[in-house]
Design a binder for this molecule. Structure first.
Ligand code: 3HC
Length: 290
């Protein structure tokens, strides 16, 4: 395979809401997709969630039943990274912890055979250069492709080359994002939080702090931003949608790099995460979804 060839073979590591979303949009765009989780069981569960999402799309008239079947036919679930050996692009979307992401990127550098394959991270905040530097000569093929939740709905992808990324790799990734996925990318700097999260996370943390200090109710905070600023959802509901563990992980990375108080995670956020109340995905977070 060469760097000039269009990307057809995609791998996704991590079958959570982001990984599943990236796999879904890639398969809908006609790519052959392997989704890898820590076990076959979890990979199958991720595939099941994608199937359900496609069915919802059929129900809403976004695609036909035949298109949904064809999309599922292009998706394979696996519990082994070895099944990514032939991929041209792999996007890691595992938990927002540097150690976990370094492990995955290191393993990808070992198993993915094509020397031109792009190794991308969907990290929300971790500087890409730290992931690239960990894989020696393949650092030129490592970049950030940061999608937004829900991936099938939101058109933005942040493209984040590191100091080590080859320009040809960035351009090939951009072609894939625009021409294949039909998304609208922006170029983002390789600093903690890139562009969007560096702006979004302090806003979400301020809302959680306002709630924590008893200054306003959750409903009034969210209604204020929805009705007063035309946001599609308020900051507390959005935090629950993103996942409070992810919000906390991003805040910690931003705070470590910038040492600015506005990135410091409020105690309420830390306590909810410790309690396993991670937002919509666990049924409890800042709101109760039971
Ligand atoms: N998959 C596919 N489609 C979905 C979907 C999903 N998971 N969730 C919603 N949709 C579609 C619906 O089908 C519907 O499409 P239609 O209008 O064409 O029929 C449309 O989105 C609206 O959905 P709903 O009517 O069910 O609900 P809402 O109008 O309340 O919209 C929302 C839900 C799309 C989540 C909207 O509230 C929204 O955009 N919220 C803001 C999300 C946001 O800011 N995300 C960014 C998070 S930051 C991030 O991801 C970065 C990370 O690093 C932290």
């Amino acid at each position: 395979m060469s760097a000039a060839e269009p990307i057809d073979l995609v791998g996704v590591v991590g079958g959570g809401q982001m990984g599943a979303g990236i796999a879904e949009v890639s398969a809908r765009a006609g790519c052959d997709v392997v989704i890898v989780e820590v076990s076959q069981e979890r990979a199958d569960a991720a595939l099941g969630r994608i199937g359900a999402s496609l069915q919802r799309g059929v129900g809403r008239g976004k695609l036909t039943a035949e298109e949904a079947d064809a999309t599922l036919g292009r998706l394979r679930a696996s519990g082994s990274m070895d099944d990514l050996a032939d991929r041209q692009l792999v996007v890691e979307a595992v938990v927002e912890e540097k150690g976990a992401k370094l492990d995955v990127v290191g393993r990808l550098a070992e198993v993915v055979r094509d020397p031109d394959a792009i190794l991308a991270s969907n990290t929300s905040s971790i500087p890409i250069v730290e992931l690239g530097a960990a894989v020696g000569t393949r650092s030129t093929n490592v970049l950030g492709l940061h999608f937004f939740n829900p991936v099938p709905v939101l058109s933005l992808v942040e493209i984040i080359p590191s100091l080590l990324t080859a320009e040809s790799v960035t351009e090939r990734a951009r072609t894939f994002v625009v021409d294949r996925l039909g998304k609208d990318p922006i170029n983002a700097p390789d600093r903690a939080g890139f562009t969007v999260n560096a702006l979004l996370i302090p806003y979400l943390l301020s809302a959680i702090r306002m709630l924590e200090q008893g200054l306003a109710s959750a409903k009034d905070i969210d209604d204020g931003m929805v009705k007063g600023c035309a946001h599609p959802m308020g900051p507390l509901r959005l935090s629950d949608l993103i996942g409070l563990d992810t919000v906390l992980g991003v805040a910690e990375t931003l705070y470590d790099e910038q040492r600015e108080q506005l990135f410091a995670p409020p105690a309420l956020l830390q306590r909810l995460v410790s309690a396993g109340r991670l937002g919509r995905k666990t049924g409890h977070g800042l709101y109760d979804y039971a």
